[in-house]
Design a protein around this ligand. Structure first.
Ligand code: PEP
Ligand code: MN
Length: 262
């Protein structure tokens, strides 16, 4: 992953969106895929705001086993159905190495979540694919550990890796996690991989997501990810953190107005 090995940026082509090609991108969608109607309404919102990459979790790594665990394969199928209908690129998390190959039939980008950044067997298996991987920084991972996790995937042969900072655990409780903005320019110095920022899971605070997204882009991020839901109060996961449609449009417009987004 080192810039010493490859000076030019690795860009990932996702339909008309190129991540790491110099034009920062926006990725948005619900925390969890809940239903066809829910996903469809988010997809039409994204189309309206010219966001081309839809995220949505189907296999959810939840703190409690009693919480909604996601729709599993049915969720991936819904993502495919809606993506085909709206011509969108899709991202969803895979947690089990046995699902990696099959996921490629339904989604465009496989997310490896923060909890699995240290799951080396999952990383090795992801390295055997050619599907792009969005690798999240671990809950308490150093940048060196983050880069080594990415190295596992590239070492296996899959060069299509994107990194995403999603906040780390610190003593601070004002935010859900502490967004490490310095990770963006530091990673960009160290690696040719693209670097994105998840403003939802890092801040967990709707009212500061736009300034944090602008800070991420100003620091050189190749894109920003945010969660949006038609009715956050009724969401089956991350109900407190997802933007509703009006909030999403305000968020998008504020970030866009900065001139930092393509
Ligand atoms: C997510 O993006 O759906 C998610 C679970 O995030 P993280 O792995 O960063 O907690
Ligand atoms: Mn979430």
């Amino acid at each position: 992953v080192s810039r010493g090995k490859q000076a030019e940026n690795t860009s990932i082509h996702l339909g008309s969106t190129i991540i790491g090609g110099g034009q920062p991108a926006m990725i948005a969608g619900p925390c969890s895929v809940e239903s066809y109607e829910q996903l469809r309404s988010v997809a039409s919102l994204l189309k309206k705001t010219s966001v081309n990459v839809l995220r949505g979790g189907a296999f959810k790594p939840r703190t409690s086993p009693y919480d909604f665990q996601g729709l599993g394969l049915d969720g991936l199928k819904l993502l495919k159905e809606v993506a085909d209908e709206f011509d969108l690129i899709t991202i969803s998390e895979i947690v089990d190495p046995r699902h990696l190959e099959l996921a490629g039939d339904y989604i465009d980008v496989i997310q490896i979540g923060a909890r699995n950044m240290h799951n080396f067997e999952l990383l090795k298996e992801a390295g055997r694919l050619s599907t792009p991987i969005l690798l999240k920084r671990g809950l308490s991972a150093t940048l060196d550990e983050f880069l080594h996790a990415a190295e596992y995937i590239l070492y296996g042969g899959n060069k299509n890796v994107m990194l995403i900072e999603r906040g780390i655990r610190t003593y601070e409780r004002a935010t859900r996690n502490t967004l490490d903005i310095s990770a963006v320019p530091l990673l960009k110095l160290e690696t040719h991989l693209s670097v994105l920022v998840d403003v939802t899971h890092s801040t967990g605070r709707k009212e500061i997501m736009a300034p944090c997204a602008k800070a991420a882009l100003a620091a050189g991020a190749d894109g920003v990810m945010v969660e949006v839901h038609p009715n956050p109060a009724a969401a089956l996961s991350d109900s407190a953190q997802q933007l509703d449609f009006e909030q999403f449009e305000a968020f998008y417009n504020e970030v866009k107005r900065s001139g930092l987004l393509s």
